[in-house]
Ligand binder design. Structure first.
Ligand code: ADP
Ligand code: 5GP
Length: 198
């Protein structure tokens, strides 16, 4: 039986997590990506059902009430949640899946699935992080300040993750991320993930 692996990737906003994941995607054609729900408005390039499911707060609350999230959190003033069924299905079928979620959500996933592989991505320093958020040009000044304040708290929780990657040069960091995925895909679990996660 194939072994499913959950990769949980977190980073302070602007560290380059999305850029890194985009970069490695072609290398792992069989990799699944959890698509989160959010109450945040879409950025110009974002596509419904690809980057996120963009929901009203009422619809998001309905999903919470129905227990449809594996985890959900309030992040930078908006709600974000991981729909449970695709993750459970990926595990059941022995697929590899990436969850791109915040640190608090990651902590919850590690409790439910202790053998999930945590990868924490940082920018070389906070100044560079702020610069990247500004250069991205997608967030308001207020949102940038919230994200910088939260970054300090998130960095304190880096030890929850098995791996840390400093995203200094995108190509170098992408190689490091690929190497971790390859290493962890090669029989790092003795038993199929679902036997241990119950
Ligand atoms: P996140 O998904 O972690 O919020 P993004 O992938 O959106 O971050 O990256 C934030 C900004 O930084 C983007 O404008 C992106 O192009 C840029 N960026 C990402 N990685 C690097 C890097 N290694 N060097 C310079 N700029 C980067
Ligand atoms: P952004 O608004 O920049 O797309 O994402 C903000 C933060 O929310 C990022 O740290 C991202 O990883 C996180 N996030 C995205 N989806 C989820 C989710 O389903 N659950 C949690 N807990 N965080 C999420």
């Amino acid at each position: 039986m194939k072994k499913g692996v959950l990769f949980v990737i977190s980073a302070p906003s602007g560290a380059g997590k999305s850029s890194l994941i985009e970069k490695i995607r072609p290398r792992f054609p069989d990799m699944l990506y959890s698509v989160s729900c959010t109450t945040r408005p879409p950025r110009p390039h974002e596509i419904e059902g690809v980057h996120y499911y963009f929901l009203t707060r009422d619809r998001f609350q309905e999903m919470i009430d129905r227990g449809q999230f594996l985890e959900w959190k309030e992040v930078h003033g908006n709600r974000y949640g991981t729909p449970a069924p695709p993750v459970m299905e990926a595990i059941r079928r022995g697929h590899r899946m990436i969850l791109d979620i915040d640190v608090q959500g990651a902590a919850e996933v590690f409790k439910a699935f202790p053998q999930a592989v945590g990868i924490f991505i940082t920018a070389p320093d906070l100044k560079i992080l702020e610069q990247r958020l500004r250069n991205r040009g997608t967030d308001s000044e207020a949102s940038i300040l919230t994200r910088m304040k939260n970054a300090r708290r998130e960095l304190e929780q880096a030890e929850l993750f098995a791996y840390g990657i400093v995203n200094d040069d995108l190509n170098r960091a992408a190689k490091e991320l690929s190497a971790i995925i390859i290493k962890e895909s090669e029989g790092s679990f003795d038993r199929p993930i679902q036997e241990i996660s119950r």
